[in-house]
Ligand binder design. Structure first.
Ligand code: ZN
Length: 161
């Protein structure tokens, strides 16, 4: 069996080399659209993320981003984009909570249900051993959270955490 850490490293490198949903698309001034720019000054990572919600503001219709920085920040944004596009906001909120939980896990192997929910996102489990890198992995998720709030200011705060 291949070593899990090698597999996870390969997933991160694949996404860093071939990022998904990269390149901003759509019009920021369209309805149900929000955009966020996030910077991680300790590492020099930057991500600009644009999200368009469905007309009922219940799900993510489209998500695109651009950025620069370390491979963890860029690969994490790529994995996240692939994971959340088309999902309901409730699902996105749950996935964001699971990913934050993974980052708080101090290098423990993730639970099977977390691996199943996060897919390639579980590859970042090892990052939780390195506090300086956790912010790199969370940068795209922070951009997503703000962009969704700006896209749907009337649906209220995401208050479950
Ligand atoms: Zn970084």
């Amino acid at each position: 069996m291949p070593d899990l850490q090698d597999l996870y490293r390969a997933i991160i490198l694949d996404h860093a080399r071939d990022p998904q949903n990269r390149g901003l698309v759509g019009d920021l001034h369209e309805d149900h659209t929000g955009q966020s720019h996030q910077v991680n000054p300790t590492c020099g990572d930057e991500i600009t993320l644009r999200v368009r919600l469905t007309d009922d503001e219940a799900a993510i219709a489209a998500l695109s981003w651009e950025g620069q920085g370390c491979s963890i920040s860029q690969a994490s944004a790529s994995v996240m984009a692939e994971l959340v596009e088309g999902r309901s906001l409730d699902e996105v909120s749950r996935l964001a909570g699971q990913f934050r939980g993974l980052m708080d896990s101090r290098g423990r192997d993730p639970e099977p249900d977390v691996v199943e929910a996060l897919g390639d996102g579980a590859a970042f489990a090892g990052v939780s051993k390195f506090p300086a890198r956790i912010k790199c992995a969370l940068l795209g998720w922070a951009a997503l959270r703000e962009a969704m709030l700006l896209a749907a200011p009337t649906t209220g705060e995401d208050s479950d955490d």
